[in-house]
Design a protein around this ligand. Structure first.
Ligand SMILES: Cc1cc2nc3c(=O)[nH]c(=O)nc-3n(C[C@H](O)[C@H](O)[C@H](O)COP(=O)(O)OP(=O)(O)OC[C@H]3O[C@@H](n4cnc5c(N)ncnc54)[C@H](O)[C@@H]3O)c2cc1C
Length: 134
């Protein structure tokens, strides 16, 4: 089905209320949902979820929000996978003048928080080395 993934709460599992990721999709399925209004996305995802969980999936839903990452200005996608062996990438990693770049996309572990931390640390270390070198 086009939700592709339904994600159950990763904490407080089994409690009275929780957060469910109603769809986590890519490709054509993501484009199908992106073309709908948030209200219609919800209706579509719930209709699919009801097939798995029954009517409670609809009646117990309090509220929802959704985001189509490829329609977010400047980011235009959920993840970036640059060519990490290219000279351009290495140059960006070393910064330019007083400017240092950090973000998961600026690491070898794009699309993960681990990469974001790694990249921030890399930038701070580079700055530190520069200051210590006088
Ligand atoms: C759908 C999805 C699912 C994910 N699932 C996982 C997962 O399960 N596990 C995991 O580890 N990672 C996951 N990630 C990746 C994780 O969210 C990112 O790796 C992490 O948030 C990147 O952190 P960051 O600090 O590099 O960038 P961001 O969190 O994107 O922070 C950048 C910030 O800069 C702000 N900004 C942008 N431009 C400007 C400007 N001009 N001036 C001021 N502020 C600006 C933005 O608003 C944003 O708040 C997922 C990402 C997505 C999109």
């Amino acid at each position: 089905m086009d939700p592709q993934h339904i994600w159950y709460p990763s904490y407080g599992y089994g409690e009275q209320k929780g957060l469910v990721i109603g769809y986590y999709n890519t490709g054509n399925a993501a484009r199908t949902y992106a073309a709908l209004s948030p209200r219609d996305r919800e209706a579509r995802a719930v209709a699919q979820g009801v097939k798995i969980h029954g009517e409670k999936y609809r009646t117990e839903l309090e509220q929802s929000f959704s985001i189509a990452w490829h329609r977010v200005p400047y980011i235009e996608g959920a993840w970036a996978f640059p060519n990490t062996t290219s000279p351009g990438f290495k140059k960006l990693q070393t910064g330019s003048g007083n400017v240092y770049f950090a973000g998961d996309w600026m690491s070898e572990i794009s699309a993960w928080q681990h990469g974001a931390f790694w990249s921030a640390r890399y930038a701070v270390q580079a700055l530190h080395a520069r200051v210590m070198a006088g």
